[in-house]
Design a protein. Structure first.
Length: 290
């Protein structure tokens, strides 16, 4: 989930400096957000045109900042990108009467000095919770998903073409989350891909206990490979499947079949790792491009 907000810089009450230097708060900012905060917060009032977007964003759970005792209130943090240049986080105290359009921002640096801000200046904020607030969870899911890809060999490829939807099981090899496979251009799924490169893919074992279910779900686009890209796919495939790596020694029937195949790459646009061992239906989206 992402949102872009615009606000105006204002002068705060000076309480942010005290909060950011409290040992328990600072430790959580570092551990949970990766921010060792500059003393103080930058205060921003959200523009009226973006107030509804901010209200919707506040319904997300955020990152909990929990005090050691009742002398301090709980808070939620929302990682952001400030002015497209500096990583920071909005700190939202959970107190009654807190101004609905007020935002307090922490960062590793003085935002006023780094961005040369004065009261009244407009400031653009980009919020990206999935990529930042859940960084540790996403890292775990990424590691688990990569391990799952290495441990399995067959994916189910769903395509759509002139005759409607179709699914086919194909061997794959992966590089990061790109998936490479080969097929005869005359197969129904290959003909579908020629007409429509959008696909969905699942990778899973055959489980008999719902609590053990794990797997990959993704959507993306397929490209038919030629030249150096095809050579790269063949090299990767040969490392995983020895028959491709030693095609000269393969039976004649297999060698003839390989001479007629086309090579493809699935480039995902969204990837999920399913893990029912955590909870029924638990699914983490993997941040791509990182």
């Amino acid at each position: 989930m992402t949102a872009k907000l615009t606000g105006r810089v204002v002068t705060g009450l000076g309480q942010g400096a005290q909060l950011t230097q409290l040992e328990w708060a600072r430790a959580q900012f570092v551990d949970k957000l990766g921010i060792d905060p500059f003393p103080g917060t930058l205060n921003v009032m959200v523009d009226a045109s973006d107030a509804s977007a901010w209200e919707q964003w506040k319904t997300a759970p955020g990152v909990e900042i929990v005090p050691p005792n009742a002398d301090w209130c709980n808070a939620r943090a929302y990682p952001i990108r400030v002015a497209g240049r500096v990583n920071g986080a909005i700190i939202l105290p959970e107190v009654n009467g807190y101004a609905s359009t007020q935002i307090e921002i922490i960062a590793n640096v003085s935002l006023r000095e780094t961005l040369q801000l004065n009261d009244g200046d407009a400031l653009a904020l980009e919020l990206a919770m999935d990529e930042n607030a859940n960084a540790r969870e996403n890292t775990d899911a990424r590691v688990n998903a990569q391990a799952y890809l290495r441990a399995h060999n067959v994916m189910t490829l769903a395509t759509h073409g002139p005759e409607g939807v179709w699914a086919a099981a194909v061997f794959y090899v992966h590089e990061n989350f790109d998936l490479y496979f080969l097929s005869s251009p005359s197969t129904r799924h290959s003909l579908n891909l020629a007409a429509n490169p959008r696909v969905a893919v699942t990778i899973q074992a055959d489980y008999d206990d719902w609590r053990a279910i794990k797997g990959i779900q993704l959507e993306g686009n397929v490209t038919r490979l030629e030249g150096l890209e095809q050579a790269r796919a063949i090299l990767l495939y040969g490392k995983k499947f020895s028959i491709v790596g030693n095609i000269a020694r393969a039976p004649a029937e297999i060698a003839r079949a390989f001479s007629r195949v086309a090579w493809y790459r699935v480039t995902p646009t969204r990837v999920y790792f399913v893990d029912n061992s955590q909870a029924f239906g638990h699914r983490d989206e993997i941040a791509l491009g990182t």
